[in-house]
Each structure stands twice: as C-alpha cells, then as structure tokens.
Write a new protein. Structure first.
Length: 277
C-alpha cells in the first residue's frame, strides 16, 4: 500500500468513495429552499432514528408516560441521505445541519434547540423530570450526559466510519478507534458495576443519551461489530442495556422516524400517540 502524502493545502474531492460522500461537505448553510412542516403539537421535532435521534424521542415518550401532556410532539422525518438537513428551514432551526432539531412552539415565540444533548437538558428542565435537582446528583448526571456527547464521535465518526463505511479498510484507523471504543465500554462497565443506572440509582437523561449508542452497540445493532469488539465481556453494560430496553417508552421512542430494519419497528413520522399502537 502506498503511503498517503498530504498536500500542502487540502482541497475538497466531492466523490471520495465513502458511504456519505454525497452529503458530507466542508461548508455550512442551506443548499436549497425548503420550509419545514409544522404540526398541531407544541413540540416540533425534525429527526431520523439514528442514535442521536432516538435520545430525544425516548425522552419525549418517557415524559408522556409520566403524564406530561405538554410533551406531545410531531416528529417529522429528515432524510439525511437526500440532503434534507441542508434545506433552508432546517438550517434555520439548526445551523449545524445535523439531526435532531427541536422547535418549541408552546410559548409566544418559538424556541429552537439543536444538538441532542442540549435538547435533552432543555426538555428535562422544562418538565422537571429525569434531571436531578440535588446539586451533586445533577452534576453527576450532566457529567455523564456530556461524556456521551464527547465520546460518541469516537464510536460513530471514528470506529464506525472506518470499520463499516470507509471505502478501504485502514488497519491503523480501525485499531486506534477500536481501542478507544473498548476503553469507553470499560468506563461504562466499571460505573455500572457500582450503580443501577449511569448516574447513580436514578434513571435520568444520562441513560437516555448513552443507551442508543452504547446499549445499541452491546445489543449488536451498530456496525456489525459486536463480535469484533467482544461486547459480551462488558456484562454490566449488557445488564443495563437490557433493563433500559425493557421500558415501554424506550421501545416506543426508538421506533419514531425509523425507516429501516424490521417493518414492525418502523414509524416514518409520529403525530399522535396512536401512531405507535
């Protein structure tokens, strides 16, 4: 294999052969005019059932299960493979052009919230649920929430990309990110050996943030890499992942905006609770 020698100045090769070559680009902003649809509920979610998208729909379903009727929501599908995230309406809600994006229309002026971790914290504070108020417990929960936001790019954009999506297999890249992913799993395993949930004895938005990524990984749903990473060795993570998955709201939330996999697990859009029945 010939070693790659970087040029003095990087230039964008629009067709680099990768799985996401058609949608990745080095510039921000809208590529076309397209307004976002608006439904009848206070919360308008624009998303796709990736791990980041699942975080938010799981929290919304958990809030509704607690009786928070103000958490009723419309979930509109954003097809990232088609470039929906670069439409002018979506960019207006999230200038970073990543799903999920939330528009809270419950007040006199719509409030936009983007980045999945920010959406989780916003909704938890808005409804006073799944985020502890005691200072030490709150700090622990938010620390794990932001741990996930910082760690998952190594799992997804790092390991997942080079293991499953890159046009060629690069040993160094796969080894480097596999090592980091396994270190992250070990961090979680040691924490869950001492606690029922991620941030302690209480189910919080930290669990909802981490489960779609690392729970999905140990359940064999991400990148076909379970055997490669020996995920069964992380017994406490597996125990926790099974417990979270058993929650009815989690089962409902992970189906929203899903357009792949088993037909029984798919729900293109959600506009009413009965859509999930």
């Amino acid at each position: 294999m010939t070693d790659y020698v970087p040029p003095k100045v990087w230039t964008w090769k629009t067709q680099n052969g990768g799985t996401f070559a058609s949608i990745n680009r080095p510039i921000a902003g809208a590529t076309h005019d397209k307004e976002l649809p608006v439904g009848r509920h206070p919360l308008q979610l624009y998303s796709l059932a990736t791990p980041n998208g699942q975080k938010v729909t799981i929290l919304l379903e958990e809030l509704l299960a607690l009786g928070h009727t103000g958490a009723e929501y419309d979930a509109w599908l954003i097809k990232i493979g088609d470039g929906d995230q670069f439409g002018s309406g979506f960019v207006g809600v999230n200038p970073n052009s990543k799903i999920p994006a939330l528009l809270d229309r419950s007040g006199p002026k719509p409030i936009r919230v983007f980045e999945s971790g920010a959406i989780l914290q916003y909704l938890a504070e808005k409804f006073g649920a799944f985020l502890p108020t005691e200072p030490a417990a709150r700090a622990e929960c938010l620390s794990w929430l932001f741990w996930q936001m910082g760690s998952a790019p190594y799992l997804g954009g790092g390991f997942g990309h080079f293991y499953a999506y890159a046009p060629t297999k690069i040993e160094y890249a796969i080894d480097r990110f596999a090592m980091e992913t396994k270190r992250q799993l070990d961090v979680l395993d040691k924490q869950l050996a001492e606690h029922e949930y991620i941030a302690g004895d209480e189910y919080t938005i930290a669990d909802m943030a981490i489960w779609p990524w690392y729970g999905g990984l140990v359940k064999g749903r991400l990148y076909g890499a379970g055997e490669f990473l020996s995920v069964q060795d992380y017994q406490h993570v597996v125990r926790w992942a099974d417990a979270i998955e058993a929650r009815p709201a989690v089962q409902r939330g992970r189906r929203v905006n899903r357009v792949s996999g088993e037909p029984s697990e798919q729900l293109r859009e959600r506009h009413d609770a009965s859509d999930l029945d």
